[in-house]
Ligand binder design. Structure first.
Ligand code: NZQ
Ligand code: ZN
Length: 394
């Protein structure tokens, strides 16, 4: 097993009505004046935002509201949040929403004391040294940002989608009430399930083969999400299934399923260019790319793909051919994606084929103009990226 550092400092407060504890938790972590950050409509419509405001008021905590975070959160709103934080002397960031709202908070957190342009942090030109504390009330299990070290922001100038990762981004607390996810549309529920599974699979598909405990945790998590999402799509108010998925979402991306492995992350990198170019949902973009990436790279560790096929997808092992077992697993995964309404190709994702020019542009951005590779299972050059985008474009 490889050496690893597992750091998951976030206090998780899980269960029914736990959002009423938000004021107490902000106080516990030293917040006195909060930027209350949220998305478009859902938190207002469900009454969640009003409940959060009441809880803050009960604890005598002042707050300033900033809504309007969109999926694939934008740099311009991060800049607006930074101005408010400086002008209003905000000392705590509270995200009420999903990965996009949390990531926007994280960007504001990193830019607050940074003596330069916050976008330079996402371009890896600099590293911030001081951060604002963050708390979350999660409304969609998907990105795992409620416990993760990452933030992904889209700069509208050039439509660049970039991430910045640091342990300082891990929230102080995350409140997770599965009932808050009952209102999720089927599409968002399915996108979330794909993202959760992909966070596990990105860590699972590596060249390593000596992390049995991590593999077993990963396989159990994948089977659980695969089964529970079907139940939730039939019955959106199934508390037990919503709860399993919500907790799986955090465990999939807090580092647990990566202990002792090198991980890959190429599918995520390829997807970020899709959502940068067409503003698609991240989970749907992952589903559209994964099969092509898997077929392109599986030779690098065919027994691992065969193990996945048997242990996760329930494929019968073909003892004479690991290749055939692995391919059957990839097919089964694509069938599963279709069964929950997810695309498995670029045309299914965006309603048309990508042009050669668009594929070239995505590969250029993803490879930093051909200067860097992505992925570990098989490091992918710009030419490999183009080949995979073309496979996914049929
Ligand atoms: O804006 P509102 O009205 O709230 O609607 C949102 C949004 O349209 C809606 N929604 C959220 N909770 C709801 C709800 N609708 C009804 N009922 C509820 N309870 O869902 C839509 C999607 O929300 P969003 O926050 O964008 O979803 P998600 O959590 O999937 O976040 C996606 C973003 O996270 C990034 C992605 O790239 C993408 O930008 N990621 C962040 C990561 C991280 N920080 O560690 C890792 C991931 O790999 C991912 O890249
Ligand atoms: Zn993801």
């Amino acid at each position: 097993m490889r050496n690893f550092n597992y750091y998951a400092p976030t206090q998780v407060v899980f269960g029914k009505n736990k959002e009423t504890k938000v004021g107490e938790l902000v106080k516990k972590y030293g917040g006195t004046k909060v930027l209350l950050h949220y998305g478009g409509q859902s938190a207002i419509k469900s009454g969640l935002l009003a409940k959060v405001e009441e809880s803050l008021k009960n604890e005598g905590i002042e707050y300033v509201k900033l809504g309007g975070v969109v999926p694939n959160p934008r740099l311009s709103l991060v800049r607006e949040g930074l101005e408010i934080c400086k002008k209003e002397n905000i000392d705590f960031l509270l995200a009420v929403g999903g990965g996009s709202v949390i990531d926007s908070c994280k960007a504001i957190s990193s830019g607050r004391y940074f003596d330069g342009d916050v976008w330079d942090l996402y371009l890896k030109k600099a590293v911030a040294t001081q951060y604002m504390p963050i708390g979350c009330v999660l409304t969609i299990p998907a990105a795992g940002s409620e416990m993760s070290d990452g933030s992904v922001i889209t700069n509208e100038e050039g439509w660049l989608k970039k991430d910045y990762c640091t342990d300082d981004f891990r929230p102080k607390f995350s409140i997770m009430n599965p009932e808050l996810t009952y209102s999720l549309p089927a599409w968002q529920t399915a996108c979330g399930a794909v993202d959760i599974m992909m966070h596990t699979m990105e860590r699972y598909f590596s060249k390593d083969d000596d992390m049995e405990i991590t593999d077993n945790i990963a396989e159990a998590l994948l089977r659980t999400v695969k089964d529970e999402v079907k139940k939730v799509l039939k019955n959106p108010t199934d508390y037990s299934s919503r709860a399993q998925i919500m907790w799986a979402g955090s465990l999939a991306h807090n580092g647990l399923t990566g202990c002792g492995t090198s991980g890959d992350w190429a599918t995520h990198n390829l997807e970020h260019e899709l959502s940068g170019m067409w503003d698609v949902s991240h989970g749907a973009g992952l589903a559209a790319m994964w099969g092509s990436w898997a077929r392109y790279t599986c030779k690098e560790n065919i027994t691992r793909f065969a193990r996945f096929a048997v242990n996760v997808m329930g494929v019968t092992q073909n003892f004479r051919s690991a290749e055939e077992t692995a391919e059957a697993g990839i097919v089964a995964m694509e069938q599963f994606y279709h069964s929950i309404g997810m695309p498995t190709s670029i045309p299914e994702l965006i309603g048309k084929q990508a042009t050669d020019k668009e594929i070239e542009e995505m590969a250029n951005k993803c490879s930093n103009n051909g200067t860097q590779t992505i992925g570990c299972l098989k490091p992918l050059s710009k030419a490999d990226m183009i080949a995979i985008y073309k496979m996914a474009n049929k």
